[in-house]
Design a protein around this ligand. Structure first.
Ligand code: SAM
Length: 246
């Protein structure tokens, strides 16, 4: 049974899915973040069993197939996203599950070499539970990599007098997503909450990235866009964690 927040978010993602088709997928980690070609966090994935959490339209799984991963598995809350991924990957052997990351739809334990999530994990309504699930799916020594919007980014807004905090960074919990015309509930976790939750679950943090890569395209962008040059000059857009299952 999905809780109320997951039901709202599922409906919303089913509506907006076409707008996000292939939008944030490997080798990209997120807006204005260094990409995998530069970071090489995954290393050689050939022959590896990989699972994507919040696989969206399936473009990162396609990237994994092109890099010769042995098994491709994906989970996503949205039936529209799973349908898009099924179509994109129709000639590839892949296992897709229409399920929230907070639940296990039948994924094997101690099975995957790599679990990853590209700009999806922060949607979780229960961070500890989601991380515990991921920990169970991984083999000992397995790799967990995820990217998400940097927690400080949504707390800072552009005003005519410069950047200002619209809410305290300390304040965690759910809030209504403003940017869509469909209601969606997002979650705010501090960076230390991610770190402590990873540690408490049994992960070793191998690397964190919060760098920004600026392009001419970004500089030329409309200042009203969510990821705009004024803001990105001072605030990181994306945070990336690479972890190992202890
Ligand atoms: C920004 S998209 C990720 C895009 C993906 N990297 C791609 O290449 O298409 C975020 C994804 O998270 C999914 N999502 C949101 N909440 C979720 C949840 N609780 N469990 C699983 N997936 C969720 C959405 O349906 C959406 O596909």
């Amino acid at each position: 049974m999905l809780n109320d927040t997951l039901l709202i978010n599922k409906k919303s993602w089913d509506e907006v899915a076409p707008r996000f088709y292939g939008r944030t997928a490997l080798p990209e980690y997120g807006p204005f973040a260094p990409n995998e070609n530069e970071l090489n966090l995954f290393g050689d994935v050939s022959g590896k069993k990989v699972l994507e959490i919040g696989c969206g339209s399936g473009h990162s799984l396609k990237y994994m197939e092109e890099h010769k991963a042995a098994e491709l598995w994906g989970v996503d809350l949205s039936s529209s996203q799973i349908a898009a991924a099924t179509e994109l990957l129709k000639d590839i052997n892949v296992k897709l599950f229409d399920s929230p990351m907070e639940m296990n739809p039948g994924l094997p334990h101690a099975y995957f070499d790599v679990v990853y999530s590209i700009f999806a994990l922060g949607w979780t309504t229960n961070l500890d539970l989601t991380l515990r699930n991921i920990h169970k799916y991984l083999k000992p020594g397995g790799t967990f990599i995820f990217s998400w919007e940097h927690p400080i980014f949504s707390r800072v807004q552009n005003t005519e007098h410069g950047l200002s905090f619209n809410k305290s960074y300390q304040e965690e919990g759910s809030y209504e997503h403003q940017a869509w015309d469909h209601p969606a509930i997002m979650q705010q976790y501090k960076v230390s909450t991610y770190i402590n939750s990873l540690i408490n679950t049994g992960f070793k943090i191998v690397k964190m990235v919060e760098d920004v890569r600026v392009s001419e395209e970004l500089k030329a962008r409309d200042e009203n866009r969510w990821y705009n040059w004024t803001k990105v000059q001072s605030v990181p857009t994306t945070i990336i964690f690479k972890c190992e299952k202890l």
